[in-house]
Design a protein around this ligand. Structure first.
Ligand code: P1T
Length: 384
C-alpha cells in the first residue's frame, strides 16, 4: 500500500502488508526459510539468502519507514545490534557526542567496545545547547540523543540539536524507543537516523527482541550492507511478532499515556515519594518542550523514594502487578531499579543514576489496580 495521505494507524496496519498474492492471506506470512530457489544462475526473485533479506522482514521495514516518515528502515536482531551498525559506519578518529542519560547498554557499547577501534565519545548534557556546540569538533560525526531519556526521562530539543549537528557537518541520531513514532516524529524535527529497540513499545508484548534504524535510502543501503556482512539479522518469526505488535501501537500508546499520567500525578502527591520524573507533569523541567515536540507524554515514569537505596529496593520487590524486570513497553507493567539493573554498567561514570531511583513501565491494565499495587508496596517498604 502507498502510505501517502493515510493516518498513523492505517499505515501501521497496511503499509507493507497487502494480502499475499497467491492465497489472499490477509496477514503477512512468516517466511520461515533460509534460502530462496533461483530461476537461473545470477537471477533471483528479489530474495537469495535469508541473512540478506526475507519478505517478512521487508514488510516490517516498509511499515516502520512509513511510520517514521523516512525513505527506508533496516531491522536488526536487537536494538543494540541496530546501534552497532550505526557506529560501524564510523572510522577510527571519528567522534560521537552522546547524551549523558541513555540506556546503559548504549553507553557500554560505545565506551567499552567501539572505543577499542578508535572511535571517540564525549558524554554531554544535550539539554544544554551551548555545551553541545562547545563539544563539537571537526571529527564529530554523530550527535546521539535519546528523548525521553532512559531512565531520567529528560526531554531533548531535537530541532535544536539537529541544527547544531548539521552546522558542524555531523548527523543527529534520535533513539525514539521511549516515545515511538506515534508520539514523536524525529525526522520532521531534523534527525537523520532514528533508532529503535523494537523489543519495547513497537513489539509491545514482551515476547520478542529486535531493533531498527529508520533513515534515508542511501544510509539504509550502507547499514544493510554492514548487516549482511556482519550478520545480526532478526528471524522471520521475530519480524512477524513485531509487525503484529505495531498494528495496535496507537491504541496501546494512548492507554499507556493515560495510565502513566494518572500514576505520575498520584506519585507526585505521595508523602513517601521525594521526586517524580514524567514529562506530562506541568512541574517537570521537560514539560514545555515535550508539549511542543511530542503528541503525548508516554508510558514511562521514574521516581525517587524516601529512605535511599534500601527503600527503593523494597518497593521494587514489593509490587505484585508491576513485575520486577528489565525492559519496558509491553502491555504488562514493570518496575526496576536502574542503578542495580539496566544501568549497572554506567556506575562510576558521568551517566551514573541516583541510587534511590525507580523506573516504571506503566502497562495497560486497569489503572486503579496499578495504583493500589504501588500504594501497598510504598506503605510496606518505606520506614516510618
Ligand atoms: O535491548 P535491545 O533491544 O538490544 O535495545 C537496547 C536499547 C536501546 N535503546 C533504548 C532506549 C533502550 O531502552 C534499550 C533497551 N533497554 C532496556 C532493556 C531497559 O530495560 O531499559
Amino acid at each position: 500500500m502507498n502510505d501517502a495521505g493515510h493516518g498513523f494507524s492505517t499505515k501501521a496496519i497496511h503499509v507493507g502488508q497487502d494480502p499475499e498474492p497467491r492465497t489472499g492471506a490477509v496477514v503477512v506470512p512468516i517466511y520461515q526459510t533460509s534460502t530462496f530457489a533461483q530461476p537461473r544462475v545470477g537471477e533471483h526473485t528479489g530474495y537469495e539468502y535469508a541473512r540478506t533479506g526475507n519478505p517478512t522482514r521487508t514488510a516490517l521495514q516498509e511499515c516502520l519507514a512509513a511510520l517514521e516518515g523516512t525513505e527506508a528502515a533496516v531491522c536488526f536482531a536487537s536494538g543494540l545490534a541496530a546501534e552497532d551498525a550505526i557506529f560501524r559506519t564510523l572510522a577510527p578518529g571519528d567522534h560521537v557526542v552522546m547524551a549523558d542519560d541513555v540506556y546503559g547498554g548504549t553507553w557500554r557499547q560505545i565506551a567499552q567496545v567501539h572505543t577499542r577501534w578508535g572511535i571517540e565519545v564525549t558524554a554531554v548534557d544535550l539539554g544544554d545547547l551551548d555545551a553541545v556546540a562547545a563539544a563539537m569538533s571537526p571529527a564529530t560525526k554523530l550527535v546521539w540523543a535519546e528523548t525521553p531519556s532512559n531512565p531520567l526521562l529528560k526531554i531533548l530539543d531535537l530541532a535544536g540539536l539537529a541544527a547544531i549537528a548539521h552546522e558542524h557537518g555531523a548527523r543527529l541520531v534520535a533513539d525514539n524507543t521511549f516515545a515511538t513514532p506515534y508520539l514523536q516524529q524525529p525526522t520532521a524535527l531534523g534527525a537523520d537516523l532514528i533508532v529503535h529497540s523494537t523489543t519495547k513499545y513497537l513489539g509491545g508484548h514482551s515476547d520478542v527482541v529486535g531493533g531498527a534504524v529508520c533513515t534515508d535510502a542511501e544510509t539504509a543501503e550502507e547499514l544493510a550492507f554492514l548487516q549482511n556482512a556482519v550478520g545480526a539479522v532478526p528471524g522471520p518469526f521475530d519480524a512477524w511478532l513485531t509487525l503484529r505488535g505495531v498494528k495496535t501501537l496507537g491504541v496501546r500508546m494512548d492507554r499507556h499515556c493515560d495510565n502513566a499520567a494518572t500514576i505520575a500525578g498520584w506519585l507526585a502527591e505521595h508523602p513517601r515519594v521525594t521526586s517524580v520524573r514524567y514529562p506530562g507533569l506541568a512541574t517537570d523541567p521537560g514539560h514545555e518542550l515535550a508539549a511542543r515536540q511530542m503528541q503525548r507524554f508516554g508510558g514511562m515514569v521514574s521516581f525517587q523514594v524516601d529512605g535511599g537505596v534500601d527503600a527503593a529496593k523494597a518497593v521494587a520487590e514489593g509490587t505484585r502487578l508491576f513485575f520486577l524486570a528489565e525492559s519496558l513497553g509491553g502491555v504488562e507493567s514493570l518496575i526496576e531499579h536502574p542503578g542495580i539493573m539496566t544501568h549497572a554498567s554506567v556506575a562510576g561514570t558521568q551517566l551514573e543514576v541516583p541510587a534511590d531511583l525507580l523506573r516504571l513501565s506503566v502497562g495497560i491494565e486497569s489503572v486503579d489496580d496499578l495504583l493500589a499495587d504501588l500504594d501497598r508496596a510504598l506503605d510496606d517498604a518505606t520506614p516510618e
